[in-house]
Write a protein that binds this ligand. Structure first.
Ligand code: ABN
Length: 173
């Protein structure tokens, strides 16, 4: 009978523990204490989040990046990645006789600039740093503000290599 008594007693204690107010409070306390101790040590990837934020930041001051402020209406390959500079064509190519323009905001000084985009002609497509920004760009019937066209059309060689972005004017506000 002894084993039956102790089985009954342990079951009765278990039921009492589960259903008593003190038992319920003890369970809640265990959950709260467990949470307080484990949450701060969970492996949050704070470094990854910071790196992502830095990567997402636009590179408005790097003229080999599509996000450089002067490229706001540029569709083409950056000459800065192709052996030229932001305003001069790579050796062996010549600047297009016609161009399109854009108005870009320079966040570094807060001013708006008129930018002329010229294609560089006479060599095969560079293929590096392809960009496609279309701020205030318009369809082909507004040719001067249309960028999706090979502006080498009027040159001796129509081969398109890359695109430069020179400042023409600044708006004084
Ligand atoms: N104006 C840049 C360009 C060249 C060829 C084709 C499309 C766009």
């Amino acid at each position: 009978m002894n084993w039956f008594d102790s089985l009954f007693e342990s079951q009765a204690r278990r039921v009492a523990r589960m259903s008593s107010r003190r038992g319920a409070l003890a369970r809640v306390a265990r959950v709260l204490v467990g949470t307080a101790f484990t949450l701060p040590v969970l492996p949050f990837d704070r470094i990854g989040a910071t790196a992502q934020a830095a990567g997402a930041k636009k590179k408005v001051d790097d003229d080999t990046s599509c996000d450089y402020w002067r490229y706001c209406a540029l569709d083409g390959f950056l000459c800065t990645c192709c052996g030229g500079t932001i305003s001069s064509c790579p050796p062996g190519t010549e600047i297009s006789k016609v161009s399109w323009v854009g108005t870009c905001h320079n966040p570094l000084d807060g001013k708006d600039y008129l930018i002329t985009y010229n294609d560089c002609c006479g060599a095969t497509t560079c293929g590096r740093c392809g960009c496609n920004h279309n701020e205030r760009e318009r369809p082909g019937y507004r040719m001067g503000v249309h960028n999706d066209i090979n502006w080498c059309m009027a040159n001796a060689s129509n081969s398109y290599n890359c695109t430069v972005a020179a400042i023409v004017d600044v708006s004084e506000k």
